[in-house]
Design a protein around this ligand. Structure first.
Ligand code: ZN
Length: 246
């Protein structure tokens, strides 16, 4: 089984719950879809944990880019821009070098699937609607792409033979089988800053042999993560949003 993790955003409290889940289970690969840092108060500790894991596949997200490079994102909102500047100042140099060296969109993990941050064609694009998904399906080969960036979990299923494209929400704790002959774009949601009005952290288990995925929503101490954001002097909106999942 692989774990698919996206948008941790320097939220150590959330990441530790995921790593606790992973302990004692046979996890073959840890796959990260970008935005390890940015917004949250613990970028160094998150990178310590991520870099210590075995069998990782990691691509950068737009926040990793903005936290690694001075001119990484001129289009950020004010809280995001301030958080990126704060992270650049506080990141240990070796972690900053690690972020700079991360591969950008998109990465082929094996014959079965690719990973992307925004979409396979554009790390900054938000894949929200069916028409976005149609473009995204054109930008990769093969049956499956995991993507992040929107922080919204769910699955687009393209049946080319049947001529249909559908979005399906995913229910926590339920396996969903991937159909032979269909292609998929699947978002695991966000570990560190969920935005679907459910504050529980979100990630995905992928069972390659049985071709199925399971969304996992777990409780974590978002109050402690918010307190760390306030104590660091980051924008207060970044703390407040964690309790309501926006
Ligand atoms: Zn993000």
């Amino acid at each position: 089984m692989d774990l698919i993790l996206s948008d941790i955003h320097a939220n150590l409290h959330a990441l530790r719950v995921v790593l606790k889940y992973a302990r004692g289970r046979r996890i073959e690969r840890f796959i990260f879809l970008g935005d390890l840092v940015g917004y949250g108060a613990n970028p160094n500790e998150v990178l310590d944990e991520v870099r210590a894991l075995p069998n990782t596949w990691i691509i950068r997200g737009n926040h990793d880019r903005a936290c690694a490079f001075e001119d990484g994102d001129p289009y950020f909102s004010l809280p995001a821009r301030l958080a990126a500047a704060w992270t650049r100042v506080h990141l240990q140099p070796d972690h900053q070098a690690f972020l700079k060296a991360l591969p950008s969109n998109a990465l082929k993990v094996d014959e079965d699937f690719v990973i992307a941050h925004g979409t396979p064609g554009d790390e900054d694009a938000y894949l929200l609607q069916a028409r976005d998904a149609l473009h995204a399906f054109d930008a990769f080969e093969g049956p499956l792409c995991f993507f992040g960036h929107t922080h919204l979990p769910g699955l687009f299923e393209l049946d080319e033979a049947g001529g249909s494209l559908a979005f399906h929400p995913l229910r926590s704790g339920e396996w969903r089988s991937l159909k032979q002959g269909c292609r998929y774009l699947i978002n695991p949601g966000s570990v560190g800053q969920p935005r679907d009005r459910d504050p529980r952290l979100s990630f995905l288990a992928y069972d390659r042999r049985r071709r199925r995925v399971k969304l996992l929503r777990l409780d974590y101490d978002f109050g402690a993560a918010a307190a760390a954001i306030r104590a660091a002097g980051l924008h207060v909106s970044l703390a407040d949003r964690l309790a309501i999942g926006i």
